[in-house]
Design a protein around this ligand. Sequence first.
Ligand SMILES: NC(=O)c1ccc[n+]([C@@H]2O[C@H](COP(=O)([O-])OP(=O)(O)OC[C@H]3O[C@@H](n4cnc5c(N)ncnc54)[C@H](O)[C@@H]3O)[C@@H](O)[C@H]2O)c1
Length: 373
Amino acid sequence: MANSGQVNVAIVGLGFGAEFIPIYQAHPKAHVEAICRRNKAKLNEIGDAFGIAKRYTSYARLLADPAIDFVHINSPIPDHAPMSIAALKAGKHVMCTVPMATSIEECKQIVSLVKKTGLKYMMAETVVYSREFLFIKEMYEKGELGKVQYMQASHPQDMEGWPEYWERMIPMHYATHVVSPVLGLVGGRAEYVSCFGSGTINRRLARKSGNPFAVESCHIKIKDSDVAAHIWRFLFDTARQYRESFDVYGSKKSFEWTLVEGEEHILHTAKKPESEIPSRVTVPDYAHLLPEEIRKFTRSIQDAGHLSFIQGGGHGGSHPHLVNEFVSALLEDRAPRPNAVTSANWTCVGLCAHQSAQNGGKIVRLPAFTLTD
Ligand SMILES: NC(=O)c1ccc[n+]([C@@H]2O[C@H](COP(=O)([O-])OP(=O)(O)OC[C@H]3O[C@@H](n4cnc5c(N)ncnc54)[C@H](O)[C@@H]3O)[C@@H](O)[C@H]2O)c1
């Protein structure tokens, strides 16, 4: 792999996962060796559309294929951890969509397998590769925000009508899109959380998921930092347009996400006349950070020659950045960002937050294995 200067990926789960196929195919250092999905007719449809010969309906068979260097898992949420664990045990590197797992124990197993085998694991968190995050991070690193004083992030999304397994989900168990920006910006790990449940969802969903709360709202204490962050989420029975927002308040400048999708975000600058403090900001694209061949995927591409879905462009243009980060980490033999421990910390914030909500907001400490590399 590293010697050949190219890595061979197998893409597993071809709903959201199919969006990544053309990006890997265009990447100069990646090769789509195989695809995997249980439904044979749909597997063949995608294999034919993208000209991929090697097709697996069995994940176990795929893992036995020595030509595959890593798997990119995009299966339903309950399968993420079992599939990641099986891949690491089979000697494959893993990139897996969010969240890492649905239990702390699974996160621990993945972290310890990565430590034991030396293989690489990355949770494919889209938010920290979105153009908004890259823009805010650039301002932070240049010192333009001044001292960061507070951060908040929200991910309201009405999941009615989505695949059935969402009805069994708990808001904070899918919280990485709000946890990752607040911790990722300052490079911190969550130390402890306190979360309140608010409101109630309908009885059928409450019984099915075991969660009564409509909204979960959590404060995060960042380790070795005086900054705290607030995140909130809902999945059902609450009226609001979908949004994955991230606000950062600094001593010099603050970034506030727009309230309505598609409008420009707002930058506040301190010490100006009150009416001049806020200004609308056009967030630039960060395609220039990528190999030329995959830059186009930060923007929406409609390719009539392929399947009808829109390729690239989704989630703040993050998809080609995710692909490039993991391919580069493998070839450069370095830890990907986020690595397994960071992915576990981000995922466990949500798992600990729900425990806290069930106990009236009691402080819950993050497990030690998520705090240090
Ligand atoms: N912003 C983001 O990070 C983001 C966005 C969308 C989806 N996702 C995640 O991607 C995942 C998939 O989402 P989706 O909307 O495509 O879901 P989906 O249920 O439509 O598709 C899941 C796919 O996995 C396949 N699959 C399931 N079990 C399998 C097995 N044992 N072996 C091989 N293939 C198997 C299914 O056939 C299907 O192709 C979810 O976990 C979701 O949370 C993340």
